[in-house]
Design a protein around this ligand. Structure first.
Ligand code: HEC
Ligand code: HEC
Length: 367
């Protein structure tokens, strides 16, 4: 570099300009750093435990906190003397239900089932490989092992079933509801068995035991704060795939990849899950609906930065990821158009609609 150039730089007070190659190297290093940070957050569940100590006690920050220890004490006192205050629901400083610490899973036959259920939840495609047709796990959409509020947490689900569901036009038990996530979110059709675990399977038994354990103290018959995903109001500008592409490039691509296929580790499996394509959720899944995906994304993505996107950005990026082809809706027996009318009318979805000159919904030829 000549002196002349150096003085130029000093005069204009500009930061040194990097060569193309150096910029690329920095970009890569920064990418790896963020990748690692995201991975750590994911692995340690840093967020779910920030308010909970080893014993499951909740840190006293606000007045609203009601700990599991208080609940246990109130239970005992009230059982012995009915005039004493009834036990209440344990809540943390954030006002949401606080599930028990995982260190408290008992050492017993019951605890073993809880642990098996948790393992299935975390490593679904390897633990239940006969019935999973993609590379996802329950925890990919129900964060922090199903404990995170606004991420359709399992403690809120456990106390809401059996319930009528308009999707099936019948009463669903919790087992039926889990079967639904195997059918659509885990695309069981493409699995070796071609179907979800059969009714009564130990897979459901262990999962439900895990959810039951997590829900100790949660009330039945009411919708708990933080249940499901938040419902986002529609915005004035609607949603737009092109705008979403930019949101994606700026906020998501680093982890989920330019091609949306995420990243896999040959040993540990999925690190960043795919968002579309043959290894993703199918066209019948809740996440294939733009409104549902927008609510999930708003509250949970980018990972580690909940509620950082505007509603508009969440709608647009949801439209973007749900504008790609994904596995077929297993309910489709006739044409795509028939299935669109029967199962997708009135919903915010690109199923059976034309995007970039192609009608979506055809799925992929069997792998
Ligand atoms: C691709 C994302 C995805 C995956 C993977 C997934 N689910 Fe879900 N799950 C959803 C969506 C979307 C909903 C509906 C949430 C809503 O509408 O608020 C849901 C809802 C549920 C509910 C009902 C929650 C409630 O409050 O009513 C249960 C229970 C459930 N899932 C269990 C599971 C289990 C168990 C697995 C693994 C076998 C799984 N899910 C895998 C996306 C997923
Ligand atoms: C720091 C890395 C990171 C960033 C950035 C990120 N994600 Fe994710 N995303 C993840 C991980 C990891 C999971 C699975 C969560 C788990 O298993 O705990 C996930 C899960 C998801 C899921 C549900 C699972 C699936 O594959 O369908 C969707 C949808 C999603 N992300 C969309 C987005 C969108 C949209 C953005 C940008 C606004 C984004 N993510 C940004 C890491 C990231």
């Amino acid at each position: 570099m000549t002196d002349h150039k150096r003085s130029d730089r000093l005069q204009t007070n500009n930061p040194p300009r990097m060569s193309g190659a150096r910029r690329l190297a920095w970009g890569a290093a920064f990418g790896i750093l963020l990748f690692g940070a995201g991975y750590l957050i994911n692995e340690t569940g840093a967020f779910s435990f920030s308010l909970t100590s080893e014993t499951g006690a909740t840190t006293q920050i606000g007045d609203a906190v009601y700990t599991r220890e208080s609940m246990a004490a109130d239970r005992k006192a009230n059982y012995q003397d009915r005039t004493k205050p009834a036990p209440s629901t344990p809540v943390g400083a954030d006002g949401y239900y606080s599930p028990p610490s995982e260190a408290l899973i008992p050492d017993s036959a019951y605890g073993d089932s809880v642990k098996r259920g948790r393992a299935i939840f975390m490593e679904t495609s390897t633990r239940v490989s006969d019935h999973v047709g993609n590379t996802l796990a329950c925890v990919n959409c129900h964060l922090d092992a199903g404990r995170r509020e606004n991420s359709a947490p399992m403690w809120a689900a456990y106390v809401r079933y059996p319930a009528y569901r308009s999707k099936t036009k019948s009463i669903s038990t919790l087992e039926d509801r889990i079967m639904g996530c195997f059918t659509y979110s885990m695309n069981a059709q493409a699995s070796p068995s071609g179907e979800p675990p059969p009714a009564g399977s130990d897979v459901y038994r262990d999962l439900m035991t895990y959810f039951y354990w997590m829900s100790d103290g949660a009330p039945t018959g009411e919708k708990m704060p933080g249940s499901g995903y938040p419902k986002l109001e529609k915005t004035e500008d609607g949603y737009d795939v092109m705008r979403g592409q930019k949101v994606y490039a700026d906020n998501c691509m680093l982890c989920h990849g330019a091609d949306g296929q995420g990243a896999r580790d040959p040993e540990s499996g999925t690190v960043f899950p795919p968002l579309w394509g043959p290894n993703s959720y199918n066209w019948g899944a809740g996440m294939a609906r733009i409104d549902t995906a927008a609510g999930f994304i708003k509250a949970n993505m980018p990972l580690g930065k909940p509620f950082s996107l505007t509603d508009q950005e969440a709608w647009d990026v949801a439209a973007y990821i749900d504008s790609f082809e994904r596995p077929k809706d297993p309910r489709q027996t006739g044409t795509i158009e028939e299935a669109r009318v029967e199962f997708h009318s009135g919903e915010e979805s690109f199923y059976g609609k034309e995007v970039n000159g192609k009608i979506l919904g055809a799925g992929f030829d069997s792998k």
